[in-house]
Write a protein that binds this ligand. Structure first.
Ligand SMILES: [Zn+2]
Length: 259
């Protein structure tokens, strides 16, 4: 009993329900694999469940986020997909807010070499419970698997991973993401250090690209896109885009390309 897996709020409403988003669905396989891995090692697994009552909208969270979710007794409160079955026999902690006081108490009563968190959403409940885990067991290694967590905004997710790392939480399986910020006016494109461009994940970039009719950026964009394996997602957009700035979100520093 020395390596704990905490599956945070992987509930229907956060995956494909009232607060769901496509990336949350994509995590399903990875989270199932993670649970099965811990199970095969004979390590403990616990689950947190965001749990609200029918008066949710009257609560502070409900006033700030007026989207009812995870109401006790509804389908949205249940764990998503195969995770529901895989959770059988495991300890579950219902919680009315982001962090789980019951998880904190459980951690204080136990000794773990490491505590790994997966689930949803990275920028609210995963980070909240990671901080609680760090507080409850300062000598345990706290981990967050970046391949098993996300939030609705890929860039916000990256920022959250940065904050987690700053909290001395080990973020595993982190992929590099860059975003291209485009402007709609004339400009000059300095050369890019393409040879040093890291492998990246493309989906975040598409969100931040804005269309522009100026074609001078075409070659550069095409080059950038192909060099970072974004061909599939972005290459057609790149024909009408121009780049003013390339931001490596992690772990490279920001690189300004404006001349
Ligand atoms: Zn909630």
């Amino acid at each position: 009993m020395n390596k704990l897996l905490v599956v945070v709020d992987y509930q229907n409403d956060f995956v494909d329900g009232s607060l769901g988003f496509p990336k949350a669905v994509e995590l399903h396989e990875k989270i199932c694999e993670k649970i099965l891995f811990y199970r095969a090692q004979g390590q403990p697994i616990v689950f947190t469940l965001d749990t609200h009552e029918p008066d949710y909208k009257k609560t502070q969270e409900g006033r700030n986020l007026p989207v009812p979710h995870c109401i006790r007794g509804t389908g949205g409160h249940e764990l998503f997909g195969r995770v529901q079955n895989l959770s059988q026999g495991c300890e579950k902690f219902e919680k009315g807010t982001f962090g789980s006081d019951l998880l904190f108490a459980y951690l204080q009563k136990n000794t773990f070499e490491s505590i790994e968190l997966v689930g949803l959403v990275s920028n609210i409940c995963v980070i909240s419970n990671a901080v609680l885990a760090k507080t409850a067991l300062p000598e345990a290694q706290i981990l967050v698997d970046a391949a098993c967590t996300s939030c609705f905004d890929p860039l916000l997710n990256e920022k959250t991973l940065d904050i987690l790392e700053g909290l001395q939480i080990k973020v595993t399986n982190r992929r590099l993401i860059f975003s291209l910020h485009c402007r709609g006016t004339n400009g000059i494109f300095p050369s890019l250090p393409l040879s040093s461009a890291p492998p990246v994940l493309g989906s975040a970039c598409v969100r931040s690209l804005r269309k522009d009719t100026i074609s001078s950026g075409k070659a550069l964009c095409a080059k950038v896109m192909s060099s970072v394996s974004l061909r599939k997602n972005v290459i057609c957009s790149a024909k009408t885009l121009r780049v003013k700035e390339l931001t490596f979100l992690a772990p490279r520093p920001r690189i300004a390309l404006q001349s």
